[in-house]
Design a protein around this ligand. Structure first.
Ligand SMILES: Nc1ncnc2c1ncn2[C@@H]1O[C@H](COP(=O)(O)OP(=O)(O)OP(=O)(O)O)[C@@H](O)[C@H]1O
Length: 465
């Protein structure tokens, strides 16, 4: 199809609308024919020498009007029926095409007369989510990507709750995909008791309805966000799920390290700094966690040798083992940069070495670190690039684009649609599980029970077992 600056609006309408308009035109013509037939009778019957001839002509007009009226009526009804049965994706496609190509809406792609109009494909990926793909046939990727606002502006009426949340160009720059979703639809989990937080399986952690972290295909997690963004509550939602799985016989742990000496550090089995700032206990706990990875891996290796095939932790009856390092950047500053002769292991290098071992080696033995940083906008050097790249699940609470740039590569963010105003528990999330590789919006569980008390109770139960 080619662009025309004089094209009438109907050209870009949905097929049902086109049929209804055609039906309406036929009805109009039928009305005119009836009128003409009536006029013929009125004007010519008094003066005609052969009245039967006038009646025949009138009869022909009436017959034509009835035929056209019937066809027109059927076309109008069929058009309405087609429109009502049309899938939402097709309706959205028609609306977007009109918004982009109908000259009345301003020709945002600056197409010239006779130019081929880009192909628009729209599919509904799940309830309340659509992907609109527009080819870069006659315009550059940048020009097409700028259509996000124009598309959002066309999302009115039944699509008024929808917005473009992400724009992404394909690798070959052949088309740009706009991710449109119902921004009022809530997928969040609301749990009124801790039991409702049970994980769906031994290797999955629930984030929201339809979004789980699949630990089989992802590694350690990086969690960032400003203070009061819901970061700690979000991590607790994950820890509770690990605790509800219970310990296994292979040395699984739920180890919480909280250097802030805040609410978390008051819970049982949480490792914190000594009041004088000494962090030996933290290094010891990390060393034990790293040691447990070795032991678990050797169990898996023995099983693999026995069966002659790779045995995964989730097949071997292991439960997930989690290390939560709260305020990671602040925690690093607690360790001396240089060790003393008397205590050669007490230094930042030892801490970094242990964290590196855990995040790089842990996943294959079912051991995952959750590393939280208070602000994503940490100075360079605060968040070692090794940690950033090793953490394959990344979560940013109450995100802003400048913060997101420190968590994700710029090319993955360039296409994120204008950020909205986010509240506590709102986050951008990505994971390397093949499903959530693209950054998406999530809301972490709303837990309507005494979270810290339940966390403490579950920690006690976990370590008693
Ligand atoms: N998933 C959620 N949904 C709705 N509100 C939430 C959610 N998580 C947290 N909140 C609200 O946000 C407040 C701050 O949460 P939280 O303490 O987890 O933030 P934080 O980022 O860890 O802050 P800080 O760094 O100060 O500890 C909570 O008191 C709660 O009211």
């Amino acid at each position: 199809m080619r662009y025309s600056s004089n094209a009438p609006a109907i050209v870009y309408a949905a097929p049902g609308t086109k049929l209804s308009v055609l039906g309406a035109v036929l009805l109009l013509i039928a009305g005119c024919l009836l009128g003409i037939g009536h006029l013929i009778i009125e004007l010519f019957s008094p003066i005609a020498t052969e009245p039967s001839g006038v009646l025949t002509v009138h009869g022909n007009y009436v017959a034509a009007a009835i035929a056209l009226g019937a066809i027109g009526g059927i076309a109008v009804i069929a058009g309405i029926a087609i429109n009502s049965k049309l899938p939402a994706s097709k309706k959205l496609r028609a609306r977007v095409r009109a918004g982009i190509f109908d000259p009345r809406f301003g020709n945002p792609l600056h197409l010239r007369d006779g130019e081929v109009v880009p192909r628009v494909v729209c599919k509904e990926t799940e309830a309340g989510r659509f992907e609109i793909s527009i080819s870069t046939l006659s315009s550059s990727v940048d020009e097409v990507a700028k259509l996000a606002e124009c598309i959002s502006a066309r999302l009115c009426g039944r699509f008024s709750r929808y917005a473009v949340v992400l724009t992404e160009a394909d690798v070959a720059s052949n088309h740009v995909t706009f991710f449109v979703q119902d921004v009022t639809l809530h997928h969040e989990i609301e749990a009124s008791s801790v039991e409702e937080m049970s994980p769906p399986s031994a290797y999955e952690l629930r984030v929201q309805d339809g979004t789980n972290i699949d630990l089989r295909t992802s590694g350690s997690m990086l969690v960032a966000g400003k203070t009061r963004s819901g970061k700690t509550t979000g991590v607790i939602a994950l820890l509770i799920q690990a605790l509800l799985s219970g310990p296994d016989e292979y040395g699984s742990q739920v180890l919480i390290i909280d250097p802030k000496q805040a609410e978390l550090s008051r819970l049982p089995h949480v490792v914190s700094l000594r009041p004088d700032g000494d962090a030996h206990a933290i290094l010891e706990a990390l060393a034990l966690f790293a040691e447990s990875i070795k032991k678990r891996q050797s169990v898996l290796n023995d099983r693999s040798a026995e069966t002659g095939d790779a045995v995964h932790w989730w097949d071997a009856g292991f439960h997930v083992s989690v290390l939560f390092l709260d305020e990671y950047v602040a925690l690093r500053t607690m360790f001396p940069k240089r060790a003393s002769k008397e205590d050669p292991d007490y230094c930042l290098a030892t801490f970094d070495g242990l964290v590196k071992r855990i995040v790089t080696m842990g996943a294959s033995a079912g051991c995952y670190a959750i590393i939280s940083i208070a602000e994503a906008s940490v100075e360079e050097g605060g968040l070692p690039s090794m940690v950033r790249s090793a953490c394959s699940t990344r979560i940013l609470f109450r995100p802003t684009l400048p913060e997101a740039r420190l968590i994700w590569d710029a090319d993955r963010l360039a296409d994120l649609a204008a950020p909205r105003t986010y509240g506590p528990g709102d986050a951008w999330f990505s994971s390397t599980d093949g499903v959530h590789d693209r950054i998406s919006f999530v809301h972490f569980p709303v837990m309507r029970f005494r979270v810290y008390r339940e966390l403490g109770r579950l920690l006690d139960l976990y370590f008693i077992k």
